[in-house]
Design a protein around this ligand. Structure first.
Ligand SMILES: [Zn+2]
Length: 76
């Protein structure tokens, strides 16, 4: 089961650790609550990809999540 923890300061917006199934959200890198929700979604998609044993390198995984995030606009 995935867990999400919040930290005040970090170098990135968030991180997902597949070994521990844990996402960290770094609050100081966000501008609003909506922004934080987007990062949580981003990190949970990493978790879903991990759970389905899909083989992607880091660049492919980030590109897939980016495309998913913009799908509503790019498919219209
Ligand atoms: Zn990512």
């Amino acid at each position: 089961m995935v867990s999400v923890d919040f930290k005040i300061v970090g170098d990135d917006r968030g991180a997902y650790y597949e070994e521990s199934e844990r996402a960290l959200i770094f609050l100081s890198k966000h501008e609003s609550l909506e922004d934080i929700y987007k990062t949580i979604t981003h990190e949970l998609i990493h978790h879903c990809i991990n759970k389905f044993n899909i083989t992607l390198d880091e660049d492919q995984e980030e590109s897939l999540i980016f495309q998913m995030s913009w799908a509503e606009f790019s498919l219209n």
